[in-house]
Design a protein around this ligand. Sequence first.
Ligand code: FES
Length: 140
Amino acid sequence: MYNERVMDHFTNPRNVGEIENADGVGQVGNVKCGDIMKIYLKIDDEVITDVKFKTFGCGSAIASSSMATEMILGKTVKFALNLTNQDVLQELGGLPAVKVHCSVLAEQAIKAAIYNYAQENNKVYEELEGFDPDDLEHEH
Ligand code: FES
């Protein structure tokens, strides 16, 4: 049911934890299952220099967050804003259809963390237009 890549990121997830004095913190929930994802970002000159995640989530949420955090580490904020759960799924080699919604948590938590960073630093990113972490619905 789960491929080797997914199992690897699930059993040995990268970037688990939290960052003290993070530049951006984002937390989102999945209304479908009640799971929660929290992402911490360290941002220096528009580059993500550190990222950690914590979750009350299932194995698929852990695997996709592990992969998503690896994909954005060392990249620009813009790159991270344009990362979709489809990109993450592709890198993971896919998830069972019923678990695809779990991968949305990572994408949304990253956006929420950047939203927090943008607010604290008076920055505007066009990718965040209309994005409000407080009214996210995850009916995927
Ligand atoms: Fe909730 Fe996967 S079942 S995130």
